[in-house]
Design a protein around this ligand. Structure first.
Ligand code: ZN
Length: 74
């Protein structure tokens, strides 16, 4: 889930929330004053790198040419 930054218009608290894309624009409650007068700030949606990279997906490495490979074992 991406991390969103919010800013409370009531007390000025700046906070972050992890929420799904579907909830991105729904109101968030300020942890400081419980106001829902908060605004989402467009920010670095923290590089969503989670998960595995394509090169790690399982089979064959760069030096595989069929048969047995001493690098990846395939
Ligand atoms: Zn507040």
């Amino acid at each position: 889930m991406p991390l969103y930054e919010f800013h409370c218009q009531q007390c000025g608290t700046h906070f972050e929330l992890l929420r799904s894309f579907g909830q991105a624009d729904s109101p968030a409650q300020c942890p400081g004053c419980a106001s829902s007068e908060t605004r989402r700030e467009l920010s670095r949606v923290n590089a969503f790198s989670g998960g595995k990279s394509l090169t790690d997906s399982g089979h064959s490495c760069a030096s595989c040419s069929g048969g047995s490979c001493s690098t990846c074992g395939h």
